[in-house]
Design a protein around this ligand. Structure first.
Ligand code: SAH
Length: 254
């Protein structure tokens, strides 16, 4: 019997963000693999084995899950947010590509989830209303020079930019450098949104400007959206402002 492997997105936090498809896929699994804190979000089911692992061990985790599935087991690998966005789905497919033929014969399903960028955008208004892009600021898997080139290109092309993995203990200075680079293309009044642990009990949202952004604290649970030239704030009495990017842009880029 050939096994099954589902790579499941849990959404940004709260159970309400879990899709019905993801819920059913989690329930159907005999064994769960994932980063420990993500597995902790999945309700316990009798008879379902859990294999937590460390955040950095994505390749090892993917191979362990594939080996287990190849035994004929129904295995699920979980990711926060969407599994295809800077997460496990690509790690699993990389392992499939370089692994034994038996792994290609598996029934593999990628089950989408609400990615952090969409959850943060929705809280703030509609900052992704026009063209946007997403970048991971982590230089664990690519050189920092490439990140700088992409930030430059994205800002000069007029994209709204979502920044995943903005800081970690090992990467304390990169975010301020990124804001400085973006400031070469964007006004200091450009809206910047910090969404932290969105969808969880300790959620926090800050709307600021590019000029003031480096003074705002960010951590590994923060997703940052930097507006484009068109991104606008709607001030509201006694409430946080609404941030949006108009659907239409006129004229050519400067
Ligand atoms: N697959 C995930 C992203 C993994 S990269 C997804 O689709 O959301 C990890 C980064 O995602 C974090 O450093 C942070 O930038 C962002 N992130 C994940 N969950 C978040 C949340 N609940 N609130 C804000 N940002 C989050």
């Amino acid at each position: 019997m050939s096994g099954r492997l589902a790579v499941i997105g849990l959404g940004p936090g709260d159970q309400r963000y879990l899709t019905q498809e993801a819920r059913e896929a989690l329930e159907a699994a005999e064994a769960l693999y994932g980063y420990g804190p993500y597995l902790d979000r999945v309700p316990m089911r009798p008879g379902q084995a859990r294999h937590p692992s460390d955040n950095r061990e994505e390749g090892i985790r993917a191979e362990a899950a594939l080996r287990h599935a190849a035994d004929g087991t129904h295995v699920a690998v979980v990711s926060g947010g969407d599994p295809g966005v800077f997460a496990m789905a690509a790690s699993v497919l990389e392992a499939v590509e370089s692994g034994p033929d038996a792994w290609r014969a598996l029934d593999i399903a990628i089950v989408p989830g609400i990615t952090a960028m969409l959850a943060v955008a929705a809280r703030a208004g509609a900052p992704l209303g026009h063209d946007f892009c997403a970048l991971s600021l982590s230089d664990n898997l690519k050189p920092w020079e490439l990140i700088e080139r992409r930030l430059d290109a994205a800002a000069s092309a007029g994209f709204v930019i979502a920044l995943y993995n903005p800081v970690s203990r090992a990467r304390p200075w990169q975010l301020a450098k990124a804001f400085a680079l973006l400031s070469r293309h964007l006004l200091s009044t450009t809206p910047v949104i910090f969404g932290r642990a969105v969808g969880r009990a300790d959620e926090g949202m800050t709307v600021t400007t590019l000029g003031a952004a480096s003074a705002i604290e960010a951590d590994m649970a923060t997703l940052i959206i930097v507006g484009s030239r068109e991104t606008t704030l709607i001030a509201r009495e006694g409430q946080t402002p609404l941030v949006y990017t108009p659907r239409a842009v006129e004229g050519a880029m400067a």
